[in-house]
Design a protein around this ligand. Structure first.
Ligand SMILES: [Zn+2]
Length: 253
């Protein structure tokens, strides 16, 4: 069946490419893609074409999800798999898009075991074997007026890669040529150092949200890796090196 899959891929790339005018505008507008070579941009467009064939976009609260929106989300998601495989996003299909941050009600347990329900607003979520949920307002801001180390789509899709071997815990499955102990050392030292900075009320080297859990640390480091690689390389050089091996990309190079 491999030939059938290859034929289908070629057919989709040829007959349903991401429309040229949408692609050109996105690549021109978003600084996130400016560092890519012409070959990488062309490959990213192909990945987006296949991603859009495989994923189902659902607008909520009467949000009409346009082709421009799906391409913008797809391009950022596929940046993580530019040198990996799009199959890393297999096993689920829905991307739910809210107009803005959405309210969730969660059960929280305090230090003495008291369980309560709390309302909070989220910009995004990634469910294990389930959908990715995004606030379009945040996605749009990340693209047009990016802030250092902030990119919601990269964050949620990094969680998806982390979930390839179970619950998100900051330890995704590594390519065969990577050394697990080097990953663990780099990430645990970085995580502990960030927690110490926060504890001692020092200015945190990266977004303090990263210190809430190892899974968040990995996702936030991935945001820096793609949006502000120099900052990550300066703050945590060992983590930069591990992420360059993991994503098979060197944004500083
Ligand atoms: Zn997260």
């Amino acid at each position: 069946m491999k030939w059938l899959q290859n034929w289908l891929t070629r057919y989709q790339l040829h007959h349903h490419p991401v429309p040229h005018h949408i692609w050109r505008m996105l690549i021109h507008q978003a600084p996130l893609f400016h560092g890519l070579s012409a070959v990488e941009k062309a490959h990213l467009r192909e990945l987006c074409t296949l991603f859009l064939q495989r994923k189902n976009f659902i607008g909520t609260q009467e949000l009409a999800v346009t082709k421009e929106m799906t391409v913008a989300i797809a391009a950022q998601a596929c940046l993580l798999t530019l040198k990996r495989s799009l199959d890393d996003y297999g096993g689920w299909s829905d991307i739910v898009v809210y107009p803005a941050a959405f309210k969730v009600n969660r059960e929280v347990t305090d230090s003495i075991g008291l369980v309560s329900h709390e309302d909070s607003f989220l910009g995004g979520e990634a469910w294990s074997n389930g959908p990715v949920i995004l606030s379009w307002e945040t996605v749009k801001t990340d693209l047009t007026t990016p802030r250092s180390g902030h990119n919601l789509v990269i964050h949620e899709f990094a969680h998806k890669l982390d979930m390839l071997n179970g619950k998100a815990n900051g330890m995704p499955p590594l390519p065969a040529d990577m050394v697990r102990s080097e990953w663990t050392r780099a990430f645990s030292e970085g995580y502990e150092s960030l927690q110490r900075q926060i504890e001692h009320r020092q200015r945190p080297a990266i977004n303090a949200y990263a210190a809430t859990a190892p899974a968040e640390f990995f996702a936030v480091c991935s945001e820096y890796f793609f949006t502000t690689p120099r900052h990550l390389q300066h703050a945590f050089p060992a983590i930069y090196k591990q992420l360059a091996l993991f994503y098979r990309q060197d944004p500083l190079g």
